[in-house]
Design a protein around this ligand. Structure first.
Ligand code: GLN
Length: 484
């Protein structure tokens, strides 16, 4: 059961081969057995999950079930959930219980899914290795000495270890795709504005986007069908008709134009990763796709632009954690200013403080034009590169990450090395484009490699279709870590 696709689980529930309570139990038992070692979940509440499973069983019995009714889902601990604490992996929110649900959580509730627990992540989603969580590091199920990637590392690890059949993540600069790549699972960041950010704790609002993580592209499509939808409480939520993201799954790839950005295959890319990506491209050609050479000349500027824009927005977003309204308050303090200072000094970890300092600096009078404004101009150039590229091709393929999962601690002391992990993923966030990662082989030490697919705005169905066709022809997405 733990290896079943969402479609198979849905069919088993409908046929009464298994109840939602039994299915939820199965995954809760796996979490119990594995989480002590992997640390993929921050919060699990069996009573809470089983009550939802019972309600789902009632819906299944009444014949009012939706496709995903009764299926347990692991939610990233950045989506606020009523009745189950939401920490964002920070001491600041260690004991925070939201009075309302995020829009994404509401959507899943309406669909009748079961919240399996809240997954570990980098603190406030800032990181690429899950080493910055206040609740401890997450281990990669493929190699316990390696990071799972980040910031949605708990979600990716929970899928790789089959502790959950599906999960949610968020992606500001690669946080769905990079951990998916490093853990050998699939993940999609939709077009900006497609998934509501209401109740998704803000990091960098113009870049943040929620999305699904799962074992296959087909599962991603089913999850995306639930997650999307207009929400007036998010001012950037797009008012579009509901669409079926699984509609192109069976569409042949004959004539699909795949763009290869020459900048993504040069210096900095691991030879092991390059080899797996090339093999994947051969497979796509066999399926009828046409390869087109393209260029994204300003892509190299995406990391520097991002590390101005994202911290700038974070410094503003995180000002709400002041010890007054919610979150940690220092137990002892003098006047109000002292209370702010002590609460924030105690509540935030080192990486979050670094981002707040950078952000405050680049927005300050005298530096705004030199850094922030310039970064916004670069952002526009990066988006224009994509616009030109999509005149020549339908999808852009390349590596998700320059290397396979690295060892815990290997990059922790060097923020710039850590930031370069997202060299291939960040540009899609800056441009607001949909992008995904699917497993395409193994590199050094037998660790998974992810294939990055970027599409034009609103082409998620086509991207998922291409990924599904590839997954029908290959079996990389079915591989599992040993001993799990
Ligand atoms: N790794 C990037 C960062 O540290 C992206 C994080 C994310 O997408 N949330 O900011």
């Amino acid at each position: 059961m733990q290896n079943a696709s969402l479609k198979q689980l849905s069919a088993a529930l409908a046929a009464k081969q298994i109840s939602s309570v039994e299915l939820t139990r199965l995954f809760l038992d796996r979490i119990k057995a594995l989480n002590g070692d992997l640390n993929a979940f921050i919060t699990v509440d069996e009573g809470f999950s089983l009550a939802q499973a019972k309600a789902a069983d009632a819906r299944l019995a009444a014949g009012t079930a939706d496709p995903l009714t009764g299926i347990p889902i692991a939610h990233k601990d950045i989506f606020v959930t009523r009745g189950m604490r939401t920490t964002c992996a920070s001491k600041m929110l260690e004991n925070y219980v939201s009075p309302y649900d995020a829009h994404v959580i509401e959507q899943f509730s309406a669909a009748g899914t079961v919240t399996l627990g809240k997954t570990n992540m980098d603190e406030f989603a800032m990181g690429s290795s899950n080493e910055t969580s206040y609740f401890g590091k997450v281990k990669n199920p493929w190699a316990r000495e390696a990071v799972p990637g980040g910031s949605s590392g708990g979600a990716a690890a929970s899928l790789a270890a089959r502790m959950a059949p599906a999960a949610t993540g968020t992606d500001t600069g690669g946080s769905i795709r990079q951990p998916a790549a490093l853990c050998g699972v699939s993940g999609l960041k939709p077009t900006y504005g497609t998934v509501s950010r209401f109740g998704m704790i803000a990091f960098a609002s113009s870049l943040d986007q929620g999305g699904p993580m799962a074992k296959s592209a087909e599962d991603l499509g089913l999850l995306l069908n639930v997650m999307t939808g207009f929400d007036p409480r998010d001012s950037t939520s797009l008012e579009r008709d509901k669409e079926d993201y699984t509609r192109d799954l069976d569409r042949p790839l004959q004539g699909l134009r795949i763009g290869l950005p020459k900048e993504h295959f040069g210096e900095g890319l691991g030879a092991d990763v390059a080899k797996a990506i090339e093999a994947a491209l051969t497979e796509f050609k066999k399926l009828g796709a046409i390869i087109v050479d393209i260029s994204l000349p300003n892509g190299r500027l995406s990391v520097p632009a991002y590390y101005v824009i994202a911290p700038a927005e974070a410094s503003s977003n995180l000002s709400r954690f002041d010890g007054v309204r919610y979150g940690h308050r220092a137990p002892e303090y003098g006047d109000l200013m002292d209370m702010y200072k002590k609460s924030r000094a105690q509540g935030f970890g080192a990486e979050v403080k670094r981002r707040i300092l950078i952000g405050t600096y680049v927005l300050s009078h005298g530096y705004y034009d030199a850094y922030y404004l310039k970064a916004q101009k670069l952002r526009r150039l990066i988006a224009q590169d994509f616009k030109a590229a999509f005149e020549q091709c339908d999808l852009i393929l390349g590596p998700t990450s320059p290397s396979v999962a690295f060892d815990i601690g290997a990059k922790a002391a060097d923020p710039v090395q850590m930031y370069l992990n997202d060299i291939y993923t960040i540009a899609a966030n800056l441009a607001g484009l949909p992008a995904m990662s699917i497993p395409c082989g193994f590199g050094n030490h037998g660790r998974p490699v992810g294939l990055h697919i970027v599409g034009n705005y609103f082409t998620e169905a086509r991207m998922l279709g291409a990924a599904h066709q590839y997954q029908q022809a290959t079996d990389w997405h079915t591989h599992q870590p040993q001993g799990i």
